[in-house]
Design a protein around this ligand. Structure first.
Ligand SMILES: [Zn+2]
Length: 405
């Protein structure tokens, strides 16, 4: 295979457009020009499904099947890379890109990019802006403070509103490609604007995006579902709760680095895990709800610690919260609730049960009205409309829990 002129090709989806960041390889080190001639190829990948397809999907695609979308000069930017901006893309679509320097016969690539809808996948910056907005809107007792760091040293801030002696914790994006910031912060904003009286009785403590680094990668265009943190650790297996127990769920192995349920080298090895532990010990909630499922959506399927299966007093306490939350989604008397002993060793609910004995849940998928439409989230096709619908369910559910607590 011929050596390529381009050392590294990265792509990002930002504000609904795609930018390719092209860096010089060793063949171009002697060319110090600020303007070089590139060819850009693109292929739309309608068959790509997030959650079913990973990096390997892009391995087998040939640039010869792609369209040449640009053949011309690009300028060097920020004294480093050459940037190609593609505005002719649509949110939710996935593309493969290749880039060649003028003399190259074989281009570098492909790099896969899914164009994220900016309202469905909030960037880290947007999450912080939204928290600041809600914080300044609320007139009662409140705090917005750091609880720790991500692996890449993003400051992980949590928002506490209202009665901090009796509050509910809402924890988002422990798994990067799942749910949290958009649902929980939009629910909090609604409550602050419309039912601030509820916060006087029961406060809200929100840590919206735990796995902030990899969620940012997904928000900015990584097509495949990311679960672990940048160290390859599944944070929901890293907590100090029966951490030694090996789990083989999904045909994976929690002891193997590279498995997407890898538990980490030792309990609480990860910065994000430490931030959650610090948050929980500082806010001392009465119940904990964690957003899972996929692509910014989760439903009223509640999983709690497997270790609690024989604890009937705990189950009664859980059922109260689950019934109240679910009533935001459906007629519970007719359709029933869904509580399962489903969370494994090292998970947040297992940790919370062990340390505090309070109701703690991971929330997963459950159809509300239209299975086909709602399941779109599972393959990464969440639309702003679907997110709005689910925000309403969660807002009602959270308000119900605030009332019964
Ligand atoms: Zn999850």
């Amino acid at each position: 295979m011929a050596r390529k002129s381009i050392r590294f090709l990265r792509g990002k989806s930002e504000d609904g457009i795609v930018r390719l960041y092209i860096e010089r390889g060793s063949l171009l080190y002697d060319n110090n020009g600020d303007r070089l001639h590139f060819r850009i190829y693109r292929k739309k990948e309608d068959a790509f499904e997030q959650g079913n397809d990973y990096y390997e999907y892009f391995d087998s695609i040939d640039f010869k099947d792609a369209e040449l979308i640009y053949d011309g000069p690009l300028d060097k930017e920020e004294s480093y890379y050459f940037i190609y901006t593609d505005r002719n893309v649509k949110p939710l679509d996935t593309y493969a890109y290749w880039v060649a320097y003028k003399d190259d016969t074989i281009p570098a690539g492909p790099v896969g990019i899914t164009v994220r809808h900016p309202d469905v996948w909030w960037t880290f910056e947007r999450i912080n802006q939204e928290m600041e907005k809600i914080h300044s809107l609320y007139r009662g007792p409140k705090s917005l403070e750091p609880y720790g760091y991500s692996t890449r040293k993003k400051v992980l801030k949590g928002l506490v509103l209202g009665n901090k002696e009796r509050c509910i914790a809402l924890i988002g994006a422990v798994h990067a490609g799942e749910s949290g910031p958009e649902l929980f912060l939009r629910a909090a904003e609604y409550i602050v604007k419309n039912r601030p009286d509820l916060l006087e009785k029961t406060g809200l403590a929100i840590l919206p995006s735990v796995n902030a680094d990899c969620r940012e990668d997904m928000a900015t265009g990584t097509p495949q579902y990311l679960r672990c943190n940048p160290n390859g650790v599944d944070l929901n297996r890293n907590f100090d709760a029966n951490w030694d127990t090996v789990d083989l769920m999904y045909g994976l192995n929690t002891t193997i680095h590279g498995s997407i349920t890898y538990r980490g080298p030792f309990p609480e090895s990860e910065d994000e895990t430490k931030a959650v532990v610090n948050f929980l010990h500082k806010v001392r909630p009465r119940a904990v709800f964690c957003g899972h499922c996929l692509s910014s959506i989760c439903g009223d399927c509640f999983l709690t610690s497997k270790d609690s299966a024989n604890d009937t007093a705990y189950k009664d306490e859980c059922m109260k919260q689950v019934t109240a939350y679910s009533a935001g989604f459906r007629d519970v008397e007719k359709e029933g609730t869904l509580l399962r002993y489903g969370t494994t060793a090292g998970s947040v609910p297992a940790y919370v049960y062990k340390k505090f004995g309070i109701p703690a849940f991971d929330m997963e998928y459950r159809t509300v009205k239209d299975d086909k439409k709602e399941r779109a989230c599972v393959i990464g096709k969440t639309t702003p409309e679907l997110l709005n619908e689910y925000t309403e369910y969660h807002t009602k559910g959270i308000m119900n829990v605030m009332e019964v607590l």
